[in-house]
Ligand binder design. Sequence first.
Ligand code: C5P
Length: 477
Amino acid sequence: MKKGDFKALPPHQIISYARSIVDFILEKANSHIFHVVSHLDADGLAAAGVVLKTLRRLGARFHARIVHQLSERVITSLSKSGVFIFTDLGSGQLSLINKFFNENVVIIDHHPPESENKENFLHFNPHFFGLDGGTEISSAGMAYLVSREIDDANRDLAALAVVGGLGDRQDKGEGRRLTGLNAEIVSEATESGVIEEVKDLIFFGRETRPIPVALEYTMDPFIPGLSGDHAACVKFLVERVKIPLRSGDRWRTLSELSQDEKSRLVSELVKYMLGPGGMSASEAQSIIGTVYVLTREPLGTPMRDSREFAFLLNACGRTRKTGLGLAICMGDRRISGEAIKVAGEYRAKLAEYLKWLEKDKVKVKGDICWFNGEHYIDDRMVGTVTSILSSSRPYQDKVIVGFAYSEEEAAVKVSTRLGAEVKKEVNLGELMRYVINKMGLSFVAGGHDLAAGAYIPAGREEELIEHLSAELGSRKN
Ligand code: C5P
């Protein structure tokens, strides 16, 4: 395949815009320091990883900053000179960026843009090319489109592009496949031998881990009552699936199960997810699908499975170990033991938060269900918890709102998600911006159709619920 030769469309425009960013970067590479500012989730870290690796290969000087949100506080704390590359953020904060910068800004993002582009910024966003940034390409994917135009040798970075897309749950195609430009990137990566697609159970560690551990570690989908709980996984496998977990003195792995054993495991698991797990039918089905194996990563490491890699990055980003996550993206494998430990702690924390929510912490008001994690739930993890609730049966037809107190912003972090089965058209990003505005707040809010976030002053949580509920009600009519 030649450079720019994508089957999905519109390649000429998107690739030619990527080339204008390449020209800009090459022009500044020897004279300027690059400040890469990115979002702390898996896609943000992967996008920053693509850009930083590309800059390193060019011999350019760079500095990275990973943040939860591009707020005024963050912008004013940045260096006053150099080139600024914003990844996985910026499109929703154009007016803020515009207030502080006149030039030397590149935005590579997939969130819906706040407005039309300003001519003085290079702003690379799939929405400008008629593509859906929610499902067809991630920020890491957009960064990859730039990187591969700099040098064919950068095509190995397609692995990070896929990790970013999966981190943002863009695997919405049949059998959990990536679609759109993501799929084009996958086929490019398959051709160059970086990725292999396999249809299997989406367990973390299918090839190498003892089955109860693989089940316990599985976080996408998160299975309430099993994910993160080793003892519960062993009990489930022994009592319900009734498969021998050991072969002599060795633990068996998923790949060693006979067809019959695997079918029993799938059927019991689906029954569990639909029953005690309280998951939606579509979420239960998502336990089987396309696994994207990163073939250059050693067998038995979490980086070998793109979804587990994404989970690891999310864990690092959301537990304030952003340097660790970036180092993993940059290819440093000496610290992978430390990252694995962080992922374990993150998994346990998520399981603990979900147990806490079971104690009648989730309230329902009309089309909305909401919880307030106050100081108990970490503000960087409230989004993940809200996402998990959005696919659980009692809440799948609601808008889910999670709150948690943020020390850093001295405000309340709000995360909203559209339930998996909500039928009506709601664009949460737009809705949040509208409501925050209506409440007279100047805080930044934004996001996509299915997920949005914001900060609000403490004490105004219930007022936000009232406004959201009224707005949703009036849009229904
Ligand atoms: O923070 P949270 O995970 O709830 O955000 C949901 C989605 O909304 C994320 O994709 C995030 O990047 C986006 N977002 C945004 N602008 C904000 C807050 C969140 O684009 N101000």
